[in-house]
Design a binder for this molecule. Structure first.
Ligand code: SAM
Length: 274
């Protein structure tokens, strides 16, 4: 098996989120919506503004942005996973100035926008720089780009993620929080953006605590979001039941030790002007 092409990588990611869409953000875990609102608090859409929301998922940032711009503004939300697009269309009927389309975040639609925003998406893109250059091109003078991404992982969970992927071949073990290159630190991200001519680059961060009831709930949540990638790989190789048993034991120990199961996600929201 050779190195996958950018198109194959994107199709793989879109497939996972397409299969996750029905339960994405629907399993009783507060995560994507608060992070989406955090992003919108940073991009600050005003009535009448034009917003492009790429990799919109089920609308965690697109819907609050649409509420903020109101009927004199517009939000165009795109996602590569058709089932995500359908879910947003189904739930956003009361906001006719929100348009949702299948689309690649690396190939934003033509048009001029006051805001381009991307919630927990950019680290999936095979070519971040292609995307960033195109966003600059689409922004009105003084327009702003805002995006969220993961910071430091919760080290308490390393044994859990390690136990889950232990039987997978090394090349198949996906890290929990993609953190290479510009995503390795806030300083690296700021250098990267400034080097490409973005101005007024700033980042605010929060630590969001995800709470799950028990091991079953953690697995249910994992199937409903990007970590599904790993579970599907285990399932395809017939390794899921063994991994489930190993992880279940670790989670029970963790719950007993910590008085419940919580996962702390550090999330950065970076803002820049084009
Ligand atoms: C972690 S989810 C975040 C979704 C949403 N922004 C939120 O905050 O809930 C990542 C989303 O990015 C989408 N995605 C990944 N790669 C993409 C690409 N190249 N173009 C468009 N969407 C993409 C996935 O389908 C998925 O819906």
């Amino acid at each position: 098996m050779g190195t996958p092409s950018p198109e194959e990588i994107k199709a793989g990611v879109a497939g996972v989120f397409d299969r996750a869409a029905a339960t994405y953000d629907q399993v009783g875990v507060e995560f994507f919506q608060p992070i989406g609102r955090f992003l919108v608090s940073r991009t600050g859409p005003r009535p009448g503004e034009r917003v492009l929301d790429v990799g919109c998922g089920r609308g965690a940032s697109a819907i609050p942005a649409a509420e903020a711009v109101g009927p004199t503004g517009s939000v165009l939300a795109t996602d590569l996973a058709p089932a995500m697009v359908e879910e947003v269309r189904r739930t956003a009927g009361a906001l006719p100035w929100l348009t949702v389309e299948v689309g690649d975040a690396e190939q934003p639609p033509e048009g001029t926008f006051d805001i381009v925003q991307a919630g927990l998406v950019l680290f999936f893109l095979p070519s971040l720089d292609t995307a960033l250059a195109r966003y600059r091109d689409r922004l009105a003078p003084g327009g702003r780009l805002g995006f969220t991404w993961f910071g430091e992982p919760d080290t308490r969970w390393e044994p859990v993620f390690g136990a889950l992927v232990a039987d997978l071949p090394e090349g198949e073990r996906q890290s929990r929080t993609p953190g290479d290159g510009p995503f390795s630190s806030v300083a690296a991200m700021h250098d990267h953006l400034s080097g490409q001519g973005w101005s007024e680059v700033s980042t605010e961060s929060l630590v969001h605590e995800v709470r799950v009831r028990d091991a079953d709930h953690w697995f249910e949540w994992s199937w409903s979001q990007g970590y599904r990638t790993v579970l599907e790989k285990l399932e395809a190789r017939g390794l899921l039941a063994a991994a489930r048993a190993r992880v279940g034991r670790l989670l029970e120990e963790m719950a007993a030790r910590d008085g419940g199961l919580t996962w702390r996600a550090e999330v950065h929201a970076t803002l820049a002007r084009g």
